[in-house]
Design a protein around this ligand. Structure first.
Ligand SMILES: Nc1nc2c(ncn2[C@@H]2O[C@H](COP(=O)(O)OP(=O)(O)OP(=O)(O)O)[C@@H](O)[C@H]2O)c(=O)[nH]1
Ligand SMILES: [Mg+2]
Length: 441
């Protein structure tokens, strides 16, 4: 089984339901007034952290997430139902990026982030009723739900990270101080995916992460180490384990430099972590002399231990809890965890002359307005034109050199531009009323 720790997810929120265009018809009441109700809101898509999950595996197999659309409004003022939200559960410790920018950091159980907001329901004609226009033949289509692509990364939430060359005894340390039972064997790259374990020492509990061994070039992708270094990126302390026999016969003192360079090469954040240097396998014949050489260079900063006999393990744990106490507080990936964000529709727009008499109009507000326009309703078109004028689109198009007969594209919608003055919007009467008035004379 693969350890999935990075996955790209495509989310689409539900579209809003369309508003209804309807009038009340009663036997003895000819002009019952508009009663077309609004459409329901489309469902949102949320990410929620759950401490019960440990991998992003599910999303790896089902990366497309869609929320339900709102239902359409109906006559007799029957509002459309909202579409149900979809909640995607991810392990606590999942960091979410949108276009390479941090969007949310779900490090605590039940933390939520709205990944895509459902479109609002279109308004029915009852909503457009005013004193001046008592019978509007005007309704909006539902707003499109947001669509977005996110990159999710799982960062295990461990307090202590175990680093070192393959075969140094990292998994042996985890097995000795926690109830985790990782695979341990006398060959490099025994560990292929991170193992976590919970240790308790002198009433202090902490989580240890055992990751695959690092080799030279790990930070550039050699071996297995680099893809897992990010798991220890937000631990508070690193234990660097050294095999006195040296990795592949290399001098263990030189080996420390190699690992240090890899940590630095991966990220400055990793390089800045406090470290506990431990010469392991002190029961081996070369243990004592190697430890002596380390002591000369690193003085108090190095400890000797044996995961085989248990010698020195208590001292390592003492050092761990002392360091943890010094570097308190939960470790966050970013200082500003956005948590929940509200998406406001930006009012800004931009106009671009594409050549050949075609102009492109961009901006979330205008694109949404275009998507909500029901072109079969002249009154809706009139209102749309007034909106564009009010927010200054007309002016901007003129400035960009538009001429009558040129075309404007906005979202998936295209219209012809004219210079003709707009009809007054507010004093339009229902067609029927005018006709009846004439008839009564
Ligand atoms: N003699 C002796 N052998 C040890 C000690 N600690 C670990 N070993 C042995 O060293 C070998 C490697 O141990 P692991 O714990 O698998 O090492 P690792 O660092 O997790 O290795 P990778 O997962 O491959 O990176 C195993 O055969 C262990 O039994 C020790 O203190 N003394
Ligand atoms: Mg291991």
């Amino acid at each position: 089984m693969n350890f999935v720790d990075k996955v790209r997810v495509f989310v689409s929120a539900g579209n809003g339901g369309d508003g209804s265009l309807s009038f009340r018809h009663l036997k003895f009441l000819e002009f019952g007034g508009p009663n077309g109700a609004d459409g329901g809101k489309g469902g949102d898509v949320w990410f929620e952290a759950s401490s019960r999950l440990t991998t992003l595996m599910d999303l790896h197999f089902r990366p497309h997430v869609e929320a339900e659309r709102g239902s359409h409004g109906k006559g007799s003022n029957k509002k459309g139902d909202s579409g149900s939200d979809v909640v995607v559960f991810v392990p606590a410790g999942t960091v979410i990026y949108k276009d390479g920018v941090l969007a949310a950091d779900l490090h605590k159980d039940k933390q939520r982030f709205r990944a895509a907001e459902g479109g609002r329901g279109g308004r029915g004609n009852a909503s457009f009723k005013t004193h001046a226009n008592t019978a509007p033949r005007l309704a909006e289509k539902g707003a499109p739900g947001e669509k977005a692509t996110y990159d999710l990364e799982l960062k295990l939430l461990a307090d202590v990270g175990l680093v070192g060359f393959p075969n140094a005894g990292k998994s042996s340390l985890l097995a000795r101080v926690t109830s985790a039972r990782p695979k341990i064997a006398d060959y490099p790259f025994t560990t292929l995916a991170p193992n976590l374990g919970v240790a308790c020492h002198k009433h202090v509990g902490f989580v240890l992460a055992d990751i695959p061994g690092l080799i030279e070039g790990a930070s550039e992708g050699k071996g297995l180490g680099d893809q897992f270094l990010r798991h220890v990126e937000r631990t508070r302390v690193l234990i660097h384990l050294v095999d006195p026999a040296g990795y592949m016969g290399e001098d263990p003192l030189k080996g420390v430099k190699t690992i240090e360079a890899e940590l630095k090469g991966f990220s400055p954040r990793l390089a800045a972590k406090p470290r506990i240097l431990v010469v392991n396998k002190m029961d081996l014949p070369e243990g004592a002399s190697v430890f002596k050489a380390f002591k000369k260079k690193y003085r108090d900063r190095v400890l000797g231990a044996s995961m085989a006999t248990g010698e020195g393990v208590q001292e390592v744990l003492d050092r761990v809890i002392a360091e943890l106490a010094k570097h308190d507080g939960p470790v966050r990936f970013s200082d500003k965890a956005p948590g929940e964000t509200l998406h406001k529709v930006e009012q800004g727009f931009s106009v671009e002359n594409m050549g050949g008499g075609v102009y492109s109009l961009r901006g979330r507000y205008v694109e949404r307005a275009s998507a909500m326009l029901d072109v079969s309703l002249p009154e809706a078109i009139n209102r749309y034109q007034h909106t564009l004028k009010r927010i200054g689109v007309d002016k901007a198009l003129k400035k960009a050199g538009i001429a009558a007969g040129d075309r404007v594209r906005c979202g998936g919608f295209e219209f012809e531009w004219t210079d003709a003055p707009l009809k007054k919007l507010s004093i339009r009467r229902g067609d029927k009323r005018t006709r009846i008035g004439v008839g009564k004379k």
